[in-house]
Design a binder for this molecule. Sequence first.
Ligand SMILES: [Zn+2]
Length: 129
Amino acid sequence: MTAIDWDIWTPKDFGLDPNKNILQAPICDCGCGQKMSMLFNDKQWKEFAMSFLHEYDCDWSIIFAVHPNKTMEFIIRNDTKYGFGGGAIENWKDVGKTFDEAELVNWGLMMDDGLYNALNGQHKYKILE
Ligand SMILES: [Zn+2]
């Protein structure tokens, strides 16, 4: 996988309405105000997304993970049930289309930098805001 510099991407690049975003990047503890990436392996991002959706007070939400090889995965919280899905992305706006078609209220999106750490299987994820 080639890395993508996600820094300049906005919700509109994915066809998503920025007002419906529920995820925020963690801010560095030192006080510099910098937004931090998060390190997850495949299992860890799913756990993170599920526990976030569990805590968040909306039953109709989705969290996406997009990968530089143009695939996505997502976890949907639909009422009290959780569903997992994903697939290839032809156009990055397919993400917004998936959101619209599922008729959900809120979204969160994490962008994988595609740089795999062979030691622990973790990727660096940036949260879209
Ligand atoms: Zn700092």
